[in-house]
Write a protein that binds this ligand. Structure first.
Ligand SMILES: Nc1ncnc2c1ncn2[C@@H]1O[C@H](COP(=O)(O)OP(=O)(O)OP(=O)(O)O)[C@@H](O)[C@H]1O
Length: 341
């Protein structure tokens, strides 16, 4: 659905080049929810503006729904843009128009007949759960309701791609979750491709299937969300993952007292998918006749599956340790020995 190949965007500031997007290649499949995460200044907004043709790349190609957005101009750019919609952090609603009129606006501009507009507005209002608020003005709506109007308006012309620019950053955590649930619901019902940019890993965890991590204009890590959460490669990715999982750091950094002068071995086990259901500690205890002590454990739900992490302590001699680690790997459980003082 979206293919970016070697895309760069260089701005000029006082004749000094600023590389906002630096040689980015990525691919978003039809029906996928794809997250782009990065800190302020990483290049996310520029990247999303390249996707809807608001910026032209300095190099590379941007294909969206089969159209080369980077090369399109005039009528073909207008046609290509009809397939791409966007929602914004601050909603960008028209304050002098009520909910129905905001949703109808783009259809009126396109010259859609009145009866068809009325029917489509009613469908969209039901889809985003705003029945009864049709005649309210934006100033009378909560932040979550305003974003629901933004979503309904974005879907009016049945786009192929929905771009979300920090769409939940102005909302409280509960409202954020309800908007993310709505986006997930719309994605599943309409098979709509969604690309979102965010600085919050919670957003990625809750609804994305894949994620790209941006730093300094570059994509420094990209992959399946479960994989990135359980095996983050780059320091910046580890920082983002830590936002949603308190114990992503090696345990000694977080609980020095717990581990001080602790003889023996600390193991960190990572379970993917239904392996979280295995009674691993019980099995290890029975098989090796070893009392394992559980130091810490958690289970995290992501949009494309669940993973669990467990920190265990036991006094194990080195020969048996190798057998235990091999045994765990056979059961699809990643096991690492955590260094501690
Ligand atoms: N029109 C422009 N002219 C000059 N420099 C720009 C322009 N747009 C963006 N930049 C620069 O490009 C870099 C990337 O900015 P961008 O807004 O894409 O990052 P971001 O990750 O979206 O950050 P934020 O969340 O703060 O908007 C920054 O250094 C920014 O100052």
């Amino acid at each position: 659905m979206i293919v970016l190949t070697n895309v760069s965007k260089v701005f000029k500031d006082n004749n000094e080049p600023i590389v906002a997007v630096d040689n980015v290649s990525l691919r978003v499949e039809r029906g996928q929810i794809y997250g782009i995460i990065g800190y302020s200044g990483a290049g996310k907004s520029t990247l999303i503006r390249l996707l809807n043709g608001l910026e032209k790349p300095s190099a590379g190609s941007v294909l969206v729904a089969g159209q080369d957005i980077a090369r399109a101009s005039g009528e073909s750019l207008r046609q290509a843009r009809l397939k791409i919609s966007m929602i914004f952090q601050h909603f960008n609603l028209l304050w002098s128009r009520n909910v129905s009129e905001n949703i109808a606006f783009s259809m009126q501009i396109a010259g859609t007949p009145k009866a068809a507009i009325r029917q489509r507005v009613a469908e969209l209002i039901a889809l985003v759960g705003l029945q009864g608020r049709e005649h309210a003005y934006p100033s009378q709506l909560s932040g979550g309701q305003k974003q629901r109007v933004g979503i309904a308006r974005a879907l009016a012309n049945s786009p192929a791609v929905l771009l979300c620019d920090e769409a939940t950053s102005a909302l409280d955590p509960q409202t954020t979750d309800s908007i993310l649930d709505l986006l997930l619901d719309i994605n599943r019902r309409l098979n709509l491709t969604i690309v979102l940019i965010t600085h919050e890993m919670h957003v990625v965890r809750k609804i994305c299937e894949r994620v790209a991590v941006m730093d300094n204009g570059r994509v420094v890590e990209e992959g399946d969300v479960l994989n990135v959460f359980t095996h983050p490669q780059q320091p910046i990715t580890r920082q983002f993952v830590k936002q949603v999982s308190q114990y992503r750091e090696p345990l000694p950094d977080l609980a020095p007292e717990l581990l001080q002068n602790l003889p023996g071995v600390v193991l960190k086990l990572t379970f993917l998918g239904l392996s979280v259901r295995r009674p691993v500690v019980g099995e290890l205890t029975l098989r090796y006749n070893l009392p394992f002590n559980i130091l810490h454990g958690n289970v995290t739900q992501t949009a494309n599956g669940i993973f669990g992490e467990l920190w265990l302590h036991a006094e194990i001699d080195p020969g048996r340790l190798d057998n235990i680690l091999a045994d765990l790997r056979q059961h699809n459980i990643t096991a690492e020995v955590v260094e501690h003082a």
